[in-house]
Write a protein that binds this ligand. Structure first.
Ligand SMILES: Nc1nc2c(ncn2[C@@H]2O[C@H](COP(=O)(O)OP(=O)(O)OP(=O)(O)O)[C@@H](O)[C@H]2O)c(=O)[nH]1
Ligand SMILES: [Mg+2]
Length: 304
């Protein structure tokens, strides 16, 4: 009977195939994130129009070595229109950044403050103390404070600010995650710690954005040509995973390639960074606006 199947596949159906399933698609022809109306100049114009009342503050946090300091440098570079590398980045055992540092943007980013912090680690008692993040949110920690992994800031410390003003607080939190090692290197304990921190941020009603760095290391096509970032299926899948892992909408997850060894800026790297900046800065300004409304309508003393 088997020979009949070969002659009449329509009746007997196709014989089962032993071929392996096709590999997942590497790249799409049209970008999976629509950039139709988002050109460099429209994003820049939108950023220029933002109201910078009370120097909006952006806290950059996330796991150790994810590219937090590099992301700050990338943003400051795009804002200034030239390469700057003020935030120290590099590799170390544990976090390379040990102190709380505040950087003021220039030109496009004038009045915005970017704050760098020690990395979050999966092990208990290692990396930034999660409670310090809650103090940072409320503006209680002053610049140059050296984080203590064993305990949160002491209220007696000269770096503790007792009466933070609105301009000392955080108005948007940026979580930086390494796109390549996101799933492999984040243990459940690490995810739980990050989720606890994210919950504190939610409680404080501060907006969150996720940045996926190192997309060049995640996908060869992106490494070959940074323009492929929104066509790469690997990058798209990383966005989906981050959205699920950290319970945040996909539209708040931004893949980028940080400026590292480059000495000049390129449009291909600028566009994803600018897209992210558009949302981060917009969120921060909205938060300041809301805080103003609250202080106008209700308790003035809360916001100083
Ligand atoms: N290829 C590539 N390397 C990156 C990217 N972003 C950061 N790096 C590299 O990753 C390493 C760590 O970057 P940092 O910016 O210091 O990371 P961090 O999150 O500030 O690290 P800690 O301060 O130690 O918590 C450095 O060697 C960077 O050059 C990226 O988008 N692509
Ligand atoms: Mg750092």
């Amino acid at each position: 009977m088997d020979w009949l199947k070969g002659w009449f596949p329509a009746v007997f159906g196709d014989p089962p195939s032993n071929d392996p399933p096709p590999p997942p698609k590497v790249q799409t022809d049209t970008p999976w994130r629509s950039l139709e109306s988002e050109t460099t100049s429209t994003i820049v114009q939108a950023i220029e129009k933002l109201d910078r009342k009370k120097t909006p503050g952006i806290l950059v946090t996330g796991p150790t070595a994810a590219g937090k300091s590099s992301f700050i440098n990338s943003c400051l570079s795009v804002g200034a229109g030239r390469r700057t590398a003020i935030a120290q980045s590099g590799n170390a055992v544990g976090s390379y950044t040990l102190e709380f540092k505040q950087y003021h943007g220039s030109k496009l980013l004038s009045k915005f403050r970017f704050m760098d912090s020690m990395g979050i680690e999966g092990t208990f008692g290692k990396g930034i103390n999660p409670l310090d993040i809650t103090y940072l949110l409320q503006g209680h920690i002053k610049s140059n404070y050296k984080f203590d992994q064993d305990k949160a800031i002491d209220k007696e410390s000269k770096f503790y600010r007792h009466n933070p003003k609105l301009e000392d607080k955080i108005h948007c939190v940026v979580f930086v995650i390494d796109a390549k090692t996101m799933k492999a290197s984040i243990s459940q304990a690490h995810v739980d710690k990050i989720k606890w921190i994210q919950n504190e941020i939610k409680k404080a009603d501060v907006p969150r954005v996720i940045i996926l760095t190192k997309c060049d290391l995640l996908c060869d096509k992106v490494k070959e040509n940074a323009d492929n970032i929104f066509k790469s299926m690997k990058v798209k899948r990383a966005v989906d995973t981050a959205s699920e892992l950290f319970s945040i909408e996909k539209s708040s997850v931004y893949p980028v390639i940080n400026y590292e060894v480059d000495v000049v800026l390129s449009t291909a790297k600028n566009v994803p960074i600018l897209l992210a900046l558009g949302q981060i800065l917009g969120n921060a300004c909205d938060f300041v606006e809301r805080a103003h409304d609250v202080s106008d309508k209700a308790c003035l003393c809360c916001w100083n």
